[in-house]
Design a binder for this molecule. Sequence first.
Ligand code: ADP
Ligand code: 5GP
Length: 197
Amino acid sequence: MQRGKTFIVSGPSGVGKSTVLKALFAQRSDLYFSVSATTRAPREGEVDGTHYHFLTQTEFEEMIGRDEFLEHAQYVGNYYGTPKKYVDAAMEEGRDVILDIEVQGAQQICAKRPETVRIFVGPPSWQELERRLTARGTDTPEKVQQRLQRARVEMQSAEEYDYLVINDQLEQAVEELKAILCAEHCRPADRLDRILE
Ligand code: ADP
Ligand code: 5GP
């Protein structure tokens, strides 16, 4: 059985990462979504253990102390991190793992695991990003501004990524993600052994 691969999905807040991934997972139950830990408060409808593991700052810092994160970062006043153990277990089972994480965390993972595939999700325009972030209605105007400021910096990292998916039409973005997953499994290094055996 081929070991699963890790795919990082990054992009500015409000671009639609969660929405695109939800649509992808509805079609691909074989994929594994890495549930992150965070100290931010749950949004309406978010379920502990499904969307995030919601932790206190002390709990989060204890996990850092026990070296239980593959990566962790601070984002607009809160901690976010990827617990190690589930990611490795899923890959051992042959499942592809999807991480929805911001750019600092992506850089940490790629320094340790350069084979990780990085996908950046960008907006069709800056105005549309601002519109989506505001229309989502989950953040105060002050937090929206902080997230937009952060987005400007994050957009500059897009070039370091392996792929850029533009989330204009949702269905098209999902198709592009599926195409990337498929293409990454067509690399000779991963499949030539099967023929040559
Ligand atoms: P992120 O996870 O990147 O922060 P969300 O998935 O929460 O972003 O999406 C932010 C807002 O944009 C949500 O209100 C969502 O419904 C909307 N949205 C997502 N994708 C699209 C799209 N392709 N077209 C229009 N609105 C979208
Ligand atoms: P949100 O608060 O909108 O859910 O997420 C804010 C940002 O944190 C997003 O860019 C999201 O990709 C990122 N994020 C979510 N989980 C993790 C994680 O485990 N590690 C890192 N580094 N970033 C994360």
